[in-house]
Design a protein around this ligand. Structure first.
Ligand code: ADP
Ligand code: MG
Length: 248
């Protein structure tokens, strides 16, 4: 892929006391690609995602989004520029319907001053787009269901719907299939395949079949460092990756 980078990190470092979780990482995600980030537990994948979304501040280095420095920008400002992380189950309002939750996400992005508004889903300006996003993630039939009554996998779909409702240019997904059964995982892979191309995606996922099926490019993170970056074929053949991570 020859597109310009939509997201870059330059020599990014994140320390927690004596531990270096991100160790001089320079990463580039091209516009339009699905870029997978893999690596063993504790490699620093979630720490990187949290710095990209703005929940964690890097110790050193820079983050550029669409060519502009966002290193110190708070999460909501990044989200308004189109850099969105999947909402997390903790940010879903459990007593609200799926539709109301997504309508609130639409509202937040549309720049309306945020009002805590139970019936957002009844506002036609919000409900129309919210319903379309719910259909897109396969939750159309669950629009009127309170979020608390959704199955675990459906809650993950709702998180994704809420992220998509903000109209992101880059979607950060940290293990979107965690805790899902095989059928739900399969649907999530299909959904990511559909989204691919329309929105740039940085995907952390430990299911290697899903990663190798979906990714345009893969970065292998080990101890906070980029062990290798390349196409799925390059990664599969890379001797250092095979030794350190793929287990032969
Ligand atoms: P991954 O997502 O790849 O499994 P993490 O980014 O969660 O890895 O963690 C990377 C390293 O940073 C681990 O050693 C973890 O224990 C440590 N770590 C993560 N978050 C914190 C924190 N808030 N405080 C201290 N150490 C942390
Ligand atoms: Mg993690």
């Amino acid at each position: 892929m020859t597109s310009r980078p939509l997201l870059e990190t330059h020599a990014l470092v994140k320390r927690f006391g004596g531990l270096t979780a991100t160790d001089g990482l320079s990463l580039s995600v091209a516009e339009g690609e699905l870029h997978a980030l893999i690596g063993p537990n504790g490699a620093g994948k979630s720490t990187l995602i949290a710095q990209l979304s703005g929940e964690l501040t890097p110790s050193e280095g820079r983050i550029l989004f669409d060519g502009r420095d966002v290193t110190r920008l708070p999460p909501f400002k990044r989200s308004l520029r189109g850099l969105a992380r999947s909402f997390q189950i903790t940010s879903i309002f459990p007593s609200f319907t799926a539709l109301d939750n997504v309508a609130l996400a639409v509202q937040a992005h549309a720049g309306h001053s945020f009002r805590f508004w139970r019936d957002a889903g009844r506002d036609p300006r919000l409900a129309g787009p919210a319903r379309a996003v719910l259909e897109r993630v396969g939750l159309g039939a669950r629009a009127a269901t309170p979020a608390s009554a959704l199955a675990h996998g459906e809650k993950r779909q709702l998180e994704l719907a809420m992220a998509l409702a903000t109209g992101p240019r880059l979607l950060l997904l940290d293990e979107p299939m965690a805790g899902m059964g095989p059928e739900e995982s399969h649907r999530m892979v299909e959904l990511l395949a559909e989204l691919k191309g329309g929105v740039t995606i940085l995907l952390v996922e430990h299911d290697m079949d899903a990663v190798f099926a979906l990714a345009d490019r893969i970065t292998v993170l080990v101890r906070g460092k980029d062990l290798a970056s390349g196409t799925p074929d390059q990664i599969r053949r890379d001797p250092a990756v095979r030794e350190a991570y793929l287990g032969d």
